[in-house]
Write a protein that binds this ligand. Structure first.
Ligand SMILES: Nc1ncnc2c1ncn2[C@@H]1O[C@H](COP(=O)(O)OP(=O)(O)OP(=O)(O)O)[C@@H](O)[C@H]1O
Length: 252
């Protein structure tokens, strides 16, 4: 690896094994992420994709191997400490607060402090408001800022959730199936939204929808049975016989 590649290394998952009473959900798995890149992780059901996110965010602990973020070992830290260092995860199911406005959902995420409930009447400080306005533009919901989040469509709720992850200021965003339940038009818009996050964010996306993966034009990592299988462009992954075999094997 060149010295600039080392300087730009943001995340390194280094030989991680997650052992559930003898069953290895991750099996000596390694991958790296460079600052500013978007990476898609795919693999058949049970390949270990969600476990990978659980491991990075500190929800499960490796029995061997480690996770380095900005060069520091974070694998022993509690989840809150990892979030505090700049990693944030969006889950598959929307978790917005339906009776709060779109803007206030973002404000809550930006504060990372649920006690904000107590001071809600004081309003949002100007600096925070500017950040939230920026996020509203990024997720395309500026027009809906004052609406209750519960009134949004499924796709809009997912975009708000991505906005909430962005509003935390995290540098590494983990997005677990951001297009779940979406049709083609919403899926395309989600890809545009992620592309629009720019180089100041590094994004790890788990998704099954290959049209979405294609639109992201991202490098793809393929997992199988907890192990690293392949990495390459979407065209390379599509043409790969070993990748095809694990998906066919899974479907059979
Ligand atoms: N707490 C646990 N205890 C035991 N086994 C687990 C646990 N969590 C996950 N597993 C197993 O680990 C394997 C990997 O699960 P994981 O959810 O990471 O896969 P995935 O690639 O995200 O699958 P999917 O695409 O279906 O969401 C699966 O076989 C799963 O049953």
């Amino acid at each position: 690896m060149s010295s600039s590649a080392v300087a730009d290394l943001l995340l390194s998952v280094d030989g991680v094994t997650i052992d559930y009473s003898g069953f290895k959900a991750l099996d000596n798995f390694s991958m790296t992420l460079q600052r500013g890149e978007t990476r898609v992780v795919i693999g058949p059901n049970g390949a270990g994709k969600s476990t990978l996110c659980d491991t990075i965010i500190g929800r499960v602990r490796p029995s061997s191997g480690r996770v380095l973020f900005r060069g520091e070992d974070i694998s022993g830290l509690p989840e809150q400490a990892i979030v505090g260092r700049g990693i944030c995860r969006k889950f598959q199911a929307p978790g917005v607060l339906p009776t709060l406005s779109v803007r206030n959902n973002l404000a809550l995420a930006a504060r990372k402090d649920r006690r904000w409930w107590k001071s809600m009447g004081l309003g949002i400080p100007a600096a925070e408001r500017a950040t939230i306005d920026e996020v509203l533009e990024t997720i395309g919901l500026a027009e809906r800022a004052g609406d209750e989040a519960g009134a949004l469509s499924h796709g809009e709720k997912q975009w708000l959730e991505i906005g909430m992850v962005v509003a935390t200021g995290a540098e590494l965003l983990l997005l677990d199936e951001p297009t779940a339940g979406m049709g083609p038009a919403e899926t395309s818009r989600t890809a545009q939204l992620i592309l629009g996050l720019g180089a100041s964010r590094t994004v790890l996306v788990i998704d099954h929808d290959m049209s979405f993966v294609e639109q992201l034009q991202a490098s793809v990592t393929v997992m199988h049975q907890g192990k690293f299988l392949k990495q390459g462009s979407i065209a390379e992954i599509r043409a790969d016989a070993e990748v095809a075999a694990v998906y066919l094997g899974h479907a059979a």
